[in-house]
Design a binder for this molecule. Sequence first.
Ligand code: 9Z3
Length: 331
Amino acid sequence: MDSRNGLGAPQETSDADIESFFESAPPLRDSFNVSRKVKEFIERNSRSFENGRSTRVVCVTSGGTTVPLEQRCVRFIDNFSSGHRGATSTEYFVKAGYAVIFLHRRGTCQPYCGSLPEDSLLDCFELTEDSTVQACPSHAEAVKRAIRNHHAAVEEGLLLKLPYTTIFEYLQILRVIAISMRSIGSCGMFYLAAAVSDFYVPWESMAEHKIQSAAGPLDMRLAPVPKMLSVLRNKWAPAAFCISFKLETDPKILLEKADKALRKYKMHMVVANELSTRNEEVVVISSSDRIAVRREHQNEDVEKHLIDLLVERHAVYIEKSSTVALTGEVV
Ligand code: 9Z3
């Protein structure tokens, strides 16, 4: 989607827009603890070595963002995303040895839960005659696998889960993560699968209480959300490897829009996906090529092949960045 200023003209984001977005946003709850957890997670993983190299860290964003219409929020505008892409990708990144900061929308899909039924607590467990809880035989294997894999990732210190709901929380936490990731330079990666709102109601112009329907039709002016991809690339974490996603419903414009995003936001790669086929096929666009990534059969995740490709490209990027650092050569 293009950002439009409500008058039909596309708008560029300035530093002032970004500052004013953060200044006017409601303060992030628990911000001290979020910053501490992120900092400790990155520091611990940058000190740990696997196969002779320090652990790579990826921030995976996942789920839609809500735009509250009232400060004491009853109603909100939402963006579509189940969180499946982010949750499944997290599993493959952990498998590839990455430490993952999983910045996810509350209530969306979680890593290692893909093979569990939707209401996993009530459907996977039952009470025995003596009132102890046990896994239902039909789901026992899936439950054991989910618990085992999840605990392993957390105990090895490779998974930090941070929840958000609103566009304000999402961007505030993303900024905290990005600024902390600066310390690991090219070993950091951003995998921005969250479906981020293009428009929002600025906090200071938002109604405090529930909007009353008796007042008749509702006119509301939404402001464009400042494009944070540029500031992420240019200021917050300029050496990190950045992958954004482009979602369209019209396949005719998808690749062109993804190409445009690659150039405009100086992304290293853009993953183009169409809504109806997003679990079967994506096209990964970089400045040098376009690669179609498909799942090979129905029971396979397209993310398996996607993450293999990104991990490989990230390794090349780190290698090139260290050559530049050693020789001053421009690659
Ligand atoms: C995506 O394109 C994701 O792949 C999906 C995944 C949201 C389609 P699900 O969560 O779906 O598995 O159900 N994410 C990014 C979508 C987006 O908002 N991109 C912006 C755009 O297209 C750029 S940041 O303009």
